[in-house]
Write a protein of this length. Structure first.
Length: 136
């Protein structure tokens, strides 16, 4: 299994929106960055990811699971980009803020701190475990 970070502005698509989709999940559409798109191409069914509220909240609020692998994104008129479908697995007991991540010395090389503009990022198992502990 691989681990990922999915970033979304709560005003566009929030954790509550994701929860409402239930088992059906939702396509992670609208990604127009090649690197983020390439990250989604690597995803497999069963991979898990953190759901991060960007811009206003700046914190990880939940965990999603990939339920459909990379496929064309119907919102992309150029037909260059695709999407995966994810469903909500778990609301975190305690959100993990960007401030908390930056202050954790074990996360100094966390990719989100280096490539903060990307909306879909890979996460190592070690980073996943550290952040899961922070969320308890």
């Amino acid at each position: 299994m691989n681990y990922w970070l999915f970033k979304s502005e709560p005003s566009s698509w929030s954790w509550q929106d994701q929860l409402k989709r239930g088992e059906k999940g939702e396509g992670w559409d609208g990604v127009r960055n090649y690197q983020a798109s390439n990250n989604m191409k690597k995803m497999k069914i069963g991979d898990q990811g953190f759901f991060y509220h960007s811009v206003t909240e700046k914190k990880i609020v939940g965990i999603v699971e990939v339920i459909k692998e990379y496929a064309p994104d119907p919102t992309d008129k150029t037909e260059r980009f695709g999407m995966v479908t994810v469903k909500a697995l778990k609301t975190l007991d305690k959100g993990v803020s960007l401030k908390d991540i930056k202050e954790n010395k074990k996360l100094t090389n966390f990719i989100m701190l280096k490539q903060n503009r990307l909306s879909v990022l890979p996460i190592s198992l070690k980073e996943w475990d550290i952040i899961c502990k922070m969320a308890q």
